[in-house]
Design a binder for this molecule. Structure first.
Ligand code: PRT
Ligand code: ZN
Length: 223
């Protein structure tokens, strides 16, 4: 679909979740978003030619790649999965700046005391995950044949209910794994929040984006 030409920047942020507070804090500290502004789905900045839209994080990569938004904040884990799902060049997104919050890791975890303790134990297992492309790429690289089962959420339940041997999911404190009787056996990738853009759609809007990015960079550098 053809992007609608805009006179104002559009920035996509997660409405509610693990990226929300960090994104709002960063924009407020950069002076790009007013403090204590009541959060609706759409906020027009009165000081800048910029509008903020609040959406599910999963929708942000497509909004950027279609040129509907100029900048967005997503986790590195989501950027990796989106790129693997959309390998066509024009849909590539670029990481402009790692933001240093919402840190987590994508790990494989197995039931405590089970026979699955290391990479080689994963041969011929069923692994439940919300990141199937990332997991499949990892297994291929490591030469491990396993069945990948895609679940959108509550992945930690999969071994308990007998639909998978192990899981591949995001871990932060490790509390959720422990609560579900799971232990981490290996980490595939580290993640954190990223400021992301679409180089193709933003190239002609660079002059508008540049000062915006440099204000965010100053805050991230100082943190
Ligand atoms: O509604 P929407 O689709 O926008 O939100 P969501 O539910 O898809 O996403 P959300 O808010 O859970 O995560 C958004 C992004 O935050 C992720 O893509 C990661 O980049 C980042 N992030 C950082 C995390 C975590 N930490 C995290 N701990 N995302 C998810 N978790 C989950 C994890 O899946 C597991 O269920 O938290 C649980 C584990 O946490 P601990 O602390 O118990 O280990
Ligand atoms: Zn999501």
């Amino acid at each position: 679909m053809q992007a609608i030409p805009q006179q104002r920047l559009r920035i996509a942020l997660q409405k509610s979740g693990k990226l929300s507070n960090g994104s709002l804090d960063l924009l407020q500290q950069s002076g790009l978003l007013a403090r204590n502004q009541e959060q609706s789905l759409w906020i027009e900045s009165t000081d800048y030619a910029a509008d903020f839209m609040f959406v599910r994080d999963d929708d942000i990569p497509a909004l950027l790649s279609q040129g509907i938004c100029d900048l967005g904040v997503i986790g590195r884990n989501l950027l990796t999965e989106y790129r693997l799902n959309n390998p066509r060049c024009e849909e590539q997104l670029e990481c402009i700046l790692p933001l240093g919050f919402a840190k987590c890791r994508l790990s494989i975890a197995a039931p405590k005391g089970s026979r699955f303790k290391s990479l080689s134990d994963l041969r011929s297992t069923t692994i439940a995950t919300s990141y199937p492309k990332t997991l499949k790429a990892f297994l291929k690289e490591q030469g491990i044949q396993a069945r990948v089962m895609t679940l959108q959420g509550s992945v930690e339940l999969a071994p308990k209910i007998g639909i998978a041997d192990v899981i591949c999911d995001l871990v932060s404190t490790g509390k959720t794994l422990a609560e579900n009787g799971l232990v981490e056996i290996l980490t595939l990738a580290e993640s954190e929040a990223l400021l992301v853009g679409n180089p193709k759609s933003s190239s002609n809007r660079y002059e508008m984006i540049k000062p915006f990015i440099s204000r965010i960079k100053k805050v991230v550098k100082a943190a």
